[in-house]
Design a protein around this ligand. Structure first.
Ligand SMILES: Nc1ncnc2c1ncn2[C@@H]1O[C@H](COP(=O)(O)OP(=O)(O)OP(=O)(O)O)[C@@H](O)[C@H]1O
Ligand SMILES: [Mg+2]
Length: 321
């Protein structure tokens, strides 16, 4: 399947979104606090696909949701084209984010209102942002969006339950695309789909990206698909990014033991190597001794960042000598 996925073209250096020291803590009962996102920083360049990976509960969705203003951050900032878009901001800036950052979800059924026809689902953003003037223009725009994602005019009066999972994801993409956003946050958009159609949806997303100058934040559990579709990847563990690099760097020279553990979980295409593949577990207590020196965020080679202390940099780099 992976072989059928187009890889990414180089992206430019213009920063579209900057996430700076972002924190999202949730207060639970009994004074307990869940640090879902704990001091996360990264930049997304215009035109790139930035992959965010990590196991369940590592804070990927919360990062995306905080970026899109579903939560007010506990700390830190988010900037889009150098303008502050987190916390208390002027109405015009909030409207700018609402239009220019769109989200697509793992389970399109959960975000597509079952009582709404496709036309009204896809046109929702157009209505909110008053982007169409007449009924005819609205319909035309929806048909155009449906064609863009491989559906057509005859689907317009139907309801979400009349579609397959892959088609529903296409509707979700059409809906996000309709308002012509700059950034699409795709939260595990293919994990719920049949393996046979995952590549189709990914390729569709890639084609749309090229044609419309889009930028993606692509959230996923594991690295198998993200490897092929991301320009750069951030690896999250328990609310923190532990490694950030280009796709090539991360696969050629994964440094952090958590990244190495995620990589060891990817099945290999060659049956002989697959038989001898060893999944390495990540046990933080065994890997790190931060009693003498705490980890800091550092750039080991241009564009390749890790959270580590001095000893660890030595030790992990030595793996490749
Ligand atoms: N609204 C909320 N209130 C309280 N805790 C939350 C809330 N949302 C997320 N959490 C907690 O924050 C942590 C991070 O959750 P998050 O959903 O961001 O992880 P994730 O990486 O997206 O996981 P998954 O791969 O399962 O989607 C988890 O411990 C989760 O239980
Ligand atoms: Mg999630």
């Amino acid at each position: 399947m992976e072989q059928n996925v187009q890889t990414q073209k180089p992206f430019n250096e213009e920063v579209l979104v900057e996430v700076k020291n972002l924190k999202q803590y949730f207060k639970m009962g009994g004074g307990k606090v869940v640090k879902a996102v704990d001091d996360v920083s990264f930049k997304i360049h215009k035109g790139e696909t930035f992959g965010l990976v990590g196991e369940s509960g590592s804070g990927k969705s919360t990062t995306g949701r905080t970026m899109i203003r579903l939560y007010n951050p506990t700390g830190g900032q988010v900037y889009m084209k150098n303008r502050l878009i987190s916390g208390k901001i002027p109405k015009a800036d909030a409207a700018y984010v609402n239009r220019n950052m769109q989200m697509i979800f793992q389970d399109p059924m959960a975000c597509l209102n079952p009582r709404m026809k496709v036309i009204d689902i896809v046109a929702e953003g157009l209505d909110i942002h008053k982007l169409v003037k007449t009924k005819e223009e609205r319909r035309e725009k929806v048909v155009k969006m449906l064609k863009l994602v491989g559906l057509d005019e005859q689907h317009i009066e139907r309801y979400p339950h009349e579609f397959s999972g892959g088609q529903r994801q296409r509707i979700g993409i059409a809906r996000a695309m309709a308002v012509e956003p700059e950034l699409i946050i795709a939260d595990e958009p293919i994990s719920a789909l049949d393996v046979s159609i995952q590549a189709q949806v990914v390729n569709l997303m890639n084609d749309l990206k090229e044609a419309h100058g889009l930028t993606y934040l692509f959230i996923a559990h594991d690295l198998s698909m993200v490897k092929y579709i991301s320009n750069r990847i951030g690896v999250m563990y328990q609310g923190k990014i532990v490694e950030l690099a280009t796709s090539e760097q991360l696969f050629a020279k994964p440094l952090h033991p958590y990244t190495r553990s995620l990589l060891s979980a990817i099945p290999l295409p060659d049956p002989i190597s697959e038989r001898t593949r060893r999944r390495t577990a990540y046990v933080p207590a065994k890997e790190h001794d931060y009693s003498k020196q705490a980890p800091t965020w550092r750039e080991v080679t241009p564009g390749h960042f890790i959270a580590a202390n001095d000893l660890e940099v030595e030790k992990w780099e030595a793996l490749y000598r």
